[in-house]
Design a protein around this ligand. Structure first.
Ligand SMILES: [Zn+2]
Length: 409
């Protein structure tokens, strides 16, 4: 029996243990303080116990200060297994934080008491990002159980704060640790598709704007005495749709292949029907292909706003909520891409392809820092939804994919 077959068999034998770990992790919610939670400390403690038992050769805890968190910090864990060669480290990075459950009425059960139903585990965080966190941990546990030394060093990174900007997560880790090297392979299993064929190597630039339109409040029966901010803002929204033409060139590497400009959130204006609203607030979510600059889009948005201001006599101001230019893409021929393709072919019998997506995963943080990183996992993309789930087959299958990568020369 070759090494991979042994590991795969061993991982199959861990199936129930993996499901149990999912359920345990789910009961330690790890919602970030800025989203009303307590952070990741409890989950980090539980995971550290597992890392010690496995055992890993070295465990490093990096605490990012956060006065909003009851513990005063956000935990980040780097756990290492020594390989035959230490010239590079094969990294798998997942995040411990989860998003709030949203409306509980939409859940069929308690989001923090994970339940199993027809081959799937349901609960907040079971897909995002626990599926591949558990998979990566049990891939290492299988190596240990089979007493197999991996070809290169393995690094398992368990980070905080992914859902709210990563400043106290991988961003902080990269600034305070020397553990990452340019020749390392970095896998971020935090996005993917149903058949596991998408290897994400590029992301679009991101721009989130709060758009405030100020007119003048008046009685709705005498609109001429006021300036209807809602009407002007609505006009602007339709004008903004022209961005699809101005920045309309597609790039087939990406899914979808075009830049997107979507008005999304809308704040309430007046509470009653018979008042002309003097103030209106909506938000715009822009995902821009790397061939365009955010500056060019911002200039065009300003131009459209000035036009609407002139026509309606309103004042329109913009507040940047999030702004991230596209990171330099990882090459579709990078070693990390090749390694995942090989593993996916052997484990799932599928042909994976390098793709660009709308973003944003934390791989961009690595890419901006000059590291090649690929985002891959086999998931139905139920992240952030009510009744988020994970196929147990994917939980086990992804562990085999990681084990396969660990064995590659
Ligand atoms: Zn995630």
């Amino acid at each position: 029996m070759n090494k991979f077959t042994r590991l795969a068999k061993r991982i199959d034998s861990f199936r129930d243990e993996m499901v149990n770990m999912q359920i345990r992790l789910c009961a330690l919610p790890s919602i970030s303080p800025s989203s009303g939670g307590e952070g990741e400390v409890q989950k980090a403690r539980y995971l550290t116990d597992f890392l010690k038992q496995t055992p890993f050769d070295d465990i490093e805890l990096i605490q990012a200060p956060d006065l909003e968190a009851p513990a005063g910090y956000r935990p980040n864990i780097l756990a290492f297994v020594n390989g035959h060669r230490s010239t590079r480290t094969i990294w798998i990075m997942t995040h411990m934080d989860v998003v709030p459950p949203g409306e509980l009425a939409q859940w069929r059960g308690d989001p923090f008491k994970a339940w199993v139903e027809a081959g799937k585990i349901y609960g907040r965080g079971v897909e995002d990002n626990q599926q591949d966190m558990v998979a990566s941990l049990f891939a290492v546990k299988a190596l240990r159980a089979e007493k197999i030394i991996p070809s290169f060093n393995i690094g398992i990174a368990l980070v905080s704060d992914e859902e709210t900007g990563s400043l106290k997560g991988i961003d902080y880790v990269l600034k305070h640790s020397q553990a990452f090297k340019k020749e390392d392979l970095i896998i971020v299993p935090d996005s993917g598709n149903e058949d596991g064929t998408q290897i994400e190597v590029a992301e679009k630039g991101l721009l989130w704007l709060k758009v405030k339109t100020v007119g003048r409040q008046a009685h709705a029966s005498t609109p001429e005495k006021g300036v209807n901010s809602f009407k002007a803002a609505s006009f602007l929204i339709t004008e903004l749709d022209s961005l699809h033409r101005t920045f309309g060139d597609p790039d087939p590497l990406f899914e979808p292949a075009i830049s997107t400009f979507e008005p999304t959130k809308k704040e309430a204006n007046v509470p009653n029907i018979n008042t002309i609203p003097g103030e209106d607030v909506f938000y715009l979510d822009t995902r821009l292909l790397p061939k365009y600059t955010l500056e060019a889009v911002e200039a065009q948005i300003q131009k459209l706003a000035r036009k609407v201001e002139k026509r309606f006599g309103v004042t329109i101001t913009f507040e940047v909520q999030q702004r991230a230019p596209a990171a330099p893409p990882t090459s579709a021929r990078a070693s990390v891409v090749t390694a995942i393709r090989r593993a996916v072919k052997d484990v799932y019998g599928a042909r994976a392809k390098a793709r660009g997506i709308g973003g944003g995963t934390v791989a961009a943080v690595f890419r901006r820092a000059g590291y090649e990183a690929a985002v891959w996992s086999k998931i139905d993309e139920t992240a952030h939804q009510p009744n988020e789930y994970c196929h147990i087959d994917n939980l086990v299958g992804d562990a085999k994919v990681f084990a396969h990568v660990f064995l590659q020369e």
